[in-house]
Design a protein around this ligand. Structure first.
Ligand SMILES: *Cc1c(COP(=O)(O)O)cnc(C)c1O
Length: 385
């Protein structure tokens, strides 16, 4: 058994990031400025986006995408129950109604047929989530959005970098929101990025900074003007150069990080394939998975313990694991506001009851993965029915 506790996720900030932050702190400018602009350009270049807007979080990016498209009271937005609360919260933030549709049993991504069935004359947008890093069925959603005149927003918090039939997630013209939260594939501690067509980004950029016509950096440059106008009551969602300093280096290391994630996933897949108490995560043909998460589903009828006890047994063996996600419709706010019952979205609820996420961060050595595998198999064998 492993002697030291292995946390579920550790960040991979290195000396280059630290030196870049120090360089920023010694410079004249510590908030949104030249490094943030450079990070936006390099990020857009990496995913092949028409443009990018660096923000304080992915939540901010999702909120701005809806706000810039003037989605609000009286409108409905269709999304998945199998996601983090932020995806649904932003719909509430703009005053629209959350409409949930169930997920596909294999990928746990929003099911295009279920989403189509949930559309009404009030639907304005669909938010898909690329769960765990597996792209949602973008061809189906793009066609559906075009046919019904809807905005297609992608919550790509897990999907950096992910590819759907040759195209990187974020390379289209619709709004795509990325997260640089501490646990995500690329981290700036806190942060996010919105990619989209230039017109949408131009509407979103002032909204991210109080609705002001020109940002502070430009105002305080030599030759800059003190004057500005507020054209709408915007938000305070800008990223600063300290975060961007981290992002610039994390982006350069991303390819190596992904190689490490794929290696861990290959080790897990090989070790767990023969165990009939497990249902392994899938990667459909034609996609490239970002492997933000390694979600393992238990076959509860093959075990004498439930998922919660399985997690406790792993912790006793010094392995940190987690659960992604408690579905939106079982959280008290959403349950009470919309009157949802757990069985209203049966695929998502069934997955929630038997899913757990194993560590897959790039700091894992092969020996760490071997410890995880040993513990997981030991729990399954000890509690086999
Ligand atoms: C992490 C996460 C978010 C929120 O990201 P922040 O950058 O913390 O706002 C949104 N959606 C999903 C699916 C996430 O996992």
């Amino acid at each position: 058994m492993r002697s030291e506790y292995l946390p579920f996720c550790r960040h991979a900030i290195g000396e280059e990031e630290i030196a870049e932050v120090v360089d920023t702190l010694r410079s004249a400018w510590i908030t949104t400025g030249p490094k943030t602009r450079r990070f936006e350009e390099e990020f857009a270049g990496y995913v092949g986006a028409p443009g990018a807007l660096a923000l304080s979080s992915c939540t901010a990016a999702l909120h701005l995408a809806l706000a810039a498209a003037r989605i609000g009271p009286g409108d409905e937005v269709v999304t998945t129950p199998f996601t983090f609360a932020a995806t649904a919260n932003v719909i509430e933030h703009v005053g629209a109604r959350v409409v949930l549709a169930d997920v596909e049993p294999d990928t746990l991504n929003l099911d295009p047929a279920a989403a189509e069935a949930a559309l009404t004359p009030r639907t304005r947008a669909i938010i898909v989530v690329h769960y765990a890093g597996h792209p949602a069925e973008l061809n189906a959603f793009t066609a559906l959005a075009a046919a019904r005149g809807l905005l297609l927003v992608e919550d790509a918090a897990h999907a950096l970098p992910a590819r759907y039939h040759g195209r990187l997630v974020g390379s289209g013209t619709n709004p795509v929101a990325f997260s640089f939260y501490a646990t995500k594939n690329l981290t700036t501690g806190e942060g996010g990025m919105l990619t989209a067509a230039t017109e949408l980004l131009e509407a979103a950029r002032p909204l991210a900074l109080h609705g002001m016509t020109s940002d502070a950096w430009r105002r305080y440059e030599r030759g800059g003007s003190w004057a500005y106008e507020v054209r709408s009551p915007g938000f305070k969602y800008n990223m600063g150069d300290i975060q961007a300093s981290l992002g610039l280096w994390q982006l350069r290391k991303l390819t190596a990080f992904q190689e490490r994630r794929r290696r861990i996933v290959a080790l897990y897949n090989e070790a767990f394939a023969a165990e009939d108490a497990f249902e392994l995560p899938v990667a459909r043909p034609g996609i490239e998975h970002a492997w933000h998460l390694y979600p393992l589903r238990l076959r509860l009828d093959a075990l004498r313990i439930d998922r919660d006890a399985f997690l406790r047994e792993l912790a006793e063996r010094n392995i940190g694991a987690s659960v992604h996600f408690i579905p939106i419709h079982v959280h008290p706010y959403y349950r009470d506001r919309y009157g949802w019952r757990p069985e209203d979205f049966p695929v998502a609820y069934d997955a929630f009851r038997r899913i757990l996420s194993l560590p897959v961060d790039p700091r894992l050595e092969d020996a760490d993965a071997a410890d995880v595998i040993e513990a997981v198999l030991d729990v399954a064998r000890t509690y086999r029915r």
